[in-house]
Design a protein around this ligand. Sequence first.
Ligand SMILES: [Zn+2]
Length: 196
Amino acid sequence: MKKSYTHLEYEYAIKIRKPVFTVVLSDSLLHKKAYEDSSMQYFETTNISLYEEFKAIVLSKMVRFINDIKDIRIAVLSSLYDFSKNPSILGWVREISSITQTTIHKCYKCGKEELLPLKPDFNEDEGLDILIKINRWHKINVDRPGYGSGLDSMNVDFELCDECLATFVDSLVLKKLIYGDEYWDSIEEDFVDVEN
Ligand SMILES: [Zn+2]
């Protein structure tokens, strides 16, 4: 019995030490697809044992399960992003796709992810919505702290979602210096408005 091309490709990638990540379509998605379109075959029926063997190898590595076809894009870009942050992988190009002009945002605090255009297109109806979504992501970059720092030599460059940044700012003892005098003078309801 022969291995599938996908299996062979996978083994070759491992052999030449290419970073590998796997996107696996969940069984529920496959069942859904099979139900919607009976003309396609979504399940391996001929080489079941080989398929199961390959699946077991793949699942032992870095893997993301997909419940919706549209999530494939975000899963791929998210994994590429993770590789781009791995200093042991050399020669990496940043995660921005020049064709689609989109970028993946990741909140390092809560793990939320969002795929967004680099900038809003106001010719489109959704331009303002996109701007609002982009503005709800915040880059934190303090470069590489030097010798003596607890974070010496680490690349402290990450992103937070709006909620996590707001929570962090709110936890600061000196937050008054950020919120300003109006924050202290205003009544409680006003403050709630400012935050939302
Ligand atoms: Zn967050």
